[in-house]
Design a binder for this molecule. Structure first.
Ligand code: TEU
Length: 538
């Protein structure tokens, strides 16, 4: 489908730089390591890479706390390493999407250092400062996702500052046009160095309500789809005033204008919101906002065919003008095979059908490093935890380290990830037998199945960019039709461990043999063995 831009229906491979490949022996991955393994990434048949932050950072939130937006953190290398990485990616036909954490900085960023010195310095209004209540308490009830009040006291100014995440991640004040311009200038710096796009961290958190009104509590009947974990008080508030303010739409327009100066680039926004699907659609309508957005809907603890159908249905009903980017795994959530796999007897078959699901949805796709190997969540003992979010809410919520452990390249000790002795997070022993080198040798490994699936999908215009019509009343079978002018594909997926049999909801001309699934039509019935699919041409 030549008329579509590359990102529309494209497949993005997310790389978490700390954990991809360490070439210096310090136990932490680096840019040179990524460059060395880009040919592996290209061998998967994906369109682009997304690099989680590699910018200068005190690493309290592992790079999502930036202290110099234009610098590469020495842990990861330098700007020349970045240039080499981009050149190699482009040589291999891979687009490069980099993370932009615009909403907040590290507290060690020079902007914040200046802002906190007084109430009247040139950057005094660059962050969100507020006086205490007469009783000394914070100005309102807003909460930090990472625990406690969203306000931290600064004794020098005698004021509170806002932080939606760690206290060391102060929120920038986007109502100030100088802040917006400074961030746009920082983005231009990377565009000029050849970036093909940005993943915008917390894109709906840029603006807060200047009235600083209290957020209301969740009401009975509210649809709360964004539930990180029930022990986090944050999830019991309705986030009316602290995020997703209407002013943001104009800023998305400014971002888009910048991107439009650089042909073939893209923006994918990350949305954490009480109504994430609506927000995704709103932020990607037309061609003056973001190109794509993702939410946590398919990344949450909710799972199973009913839930997937509900998400697909809600996005199709009235929201189909937007363009989603679906993901089942990333660096913030438990790996999907473990999330969905409680008690599953065939995790390998589960990994494959989940990949088929992802590649059949209407939208672009984001795959997280190791997902192509079918890796389960790694066990990380409390003593080895690095993630401040995990440390805060342990043990009910085990944090994000279990999905961030090093990529297993070989079955050797530490998975061939580092030449040094101690990786920054321990390698799970179960990952070693699933290492890349092991799976390369087996034509039926998850890795090779995923490769074939991706290659096949990339040749089906209807799966890449077609419309989606959901077929209802199919029980546990997920059924829909993807359609372009020239092609219509019937998709039927069984993500459960039970064989499904139902009257065939459509008649197909032929089943595709290529991706090698065992679903079939038999005596007018659609038959889907456990974790099997049927792709049929209408
Ligand atoms: O995540 C924002 C976000 O909503 C997450 O904190 C999410 O609630 C949580 O991770 C679910 O488990 C982005 C980044 O992806 C995350 O890594 C950062 O910590 C966060 O922003 C702050 O920058």
């Amino acid at each position: 489908n030549q008329s579509q831009p590359w990102w529309k229906g494209g497949i993005i491979y997310q790389i978490y730089p700390r954990s991809f490949l360490d070439t210096t022996g310090d136990g932490i991955g680096d840019l040179q390591g990524i460059t060395e393994r880009l040919s592996y990434v290209a061998s998967l048949g994906v369109d682009a890479i997304w690099l989680s932050p590699f910018f200068t950072s005190p690493m309290k939130d592992f790079g999502y706390d930036v202290s110099d937006y234009r610098g590469v953190d020495p842990i990861f290398g330098n700007l020349d390493d970045y240039r080499a990485l981009v050149a190699e990616a482009h040589r291999l036909g891979l687009k490069v999407i980099i993370d932009q954490v615009l909403s907040h900085t590290a507290d060690s960023h020079p902007w914040f250092a200046e802002s906190r010195t007084s109430r009247d310095n040139p950057k005094s209004d660059w962050y969100v400062w507020a006086d205490p209540k007469p009783d000394g308490n914070p100005p309102n009830n807003w909460l930090s996702i990472f625990g406690g009040s969203a306000w931290a006291w600064d004794s020098r100014r005698g004021q509170y500052y806002l932080h939606n995440f760690l206290t060391s991640q102060p929120d920038l004040n986007f109502h100030n046009p100088e802040v917006r311009q400074a961030q746009l200038d920082n983005m231009r710096f990377w565009l000029d160095l050849g970036a093909d796009g940005f993943r915008l961290d917390t894109v709906n958190f840029y603006y807060h309500s200047q009235g600083l009104e209290n957020n209301p509590a969740v009401r009975e009947g509210d649809s709360k789809t964004f539930v990180a974990n029930s022990i986090n008080p944050y999830t019991y508030q309705r986030h009316v005033y602290d995020l997703s303010q209407p002013e943001n739409l104009a800023f998305l327009g400014e971002l888009r204008s910048l991107m439009d100066e650089y042909p073939d680039t893209t923006l994918v926004g990350e949305i954490g919101d009480d109504n994430p699907l609506q927000r995704m659609a709103e932020y990607t309508q037309g061609n003056k906002r973001l190109h794509m957005a993702y939410s946590f809907d398919l990344l949450s603890d909710r799972q199973g065919p009913e839930w997937v159908r509900d998400v697909v249905r809600r996005f199709q009903n009235g929201l189909a003008g937007g363009w989603p980017c679906w993901a089942l795994s990333n660096h913030d959530v438990v790996r999907v095979v473990s999330r969905w796999g409680q008690g599953v007897d065939d995790p390998k078959a589960l990994a494959r059908i989940l990949m088929a699901l992802l590649l059949s949805l209407r939208g672009s796709v984001s795959i997280y490093q190791g997902e192509e190997l079918g890796l389960p969540e790694a066990e990380v003992p409390f003593e080895a935890l690095q993630d401040p979010y995990g440390i805060e809410f342990w043990p009910e919520f085990k944090g994000r380290d279990g999905c961030r452990t090093p990529m297993p390249w070989t079955a050797d000790q530490n998975g061939g990830f580092t030449s040094g002795s101690t990786p920054w997070l321990p390698v799970d022993r179960r990952h070693l037998e699933m290492a890349v080198a092991v799976q390369e040798e087996d034509s039926e490994s998850t890795l090779n199945q995923v490769r074939r699936l991706i290659r096949w999908r990339q040749q089906q215009p209807a799966l890449v960019g077609g419309d989606l019509s959901l077929i209802e009343d199919t029980g546990d079978a997920l059924c829909w039709v993807r359609r372009t002018e020239d092609q219509a594909i019937f998709v039927a997926l069984n993500v459960t461990g039970t064989e499904l049999r139902l009257p065939a909801p459509v008649s197909i001309r032929r089943a595709f043999g290529e991706p090698g699934f065992q679903g079939r039509i038999e005596d007018g019935d659609l038959v889907l063995p456990p974790y099997q699919a049927l792709f049929g041409e209408l």
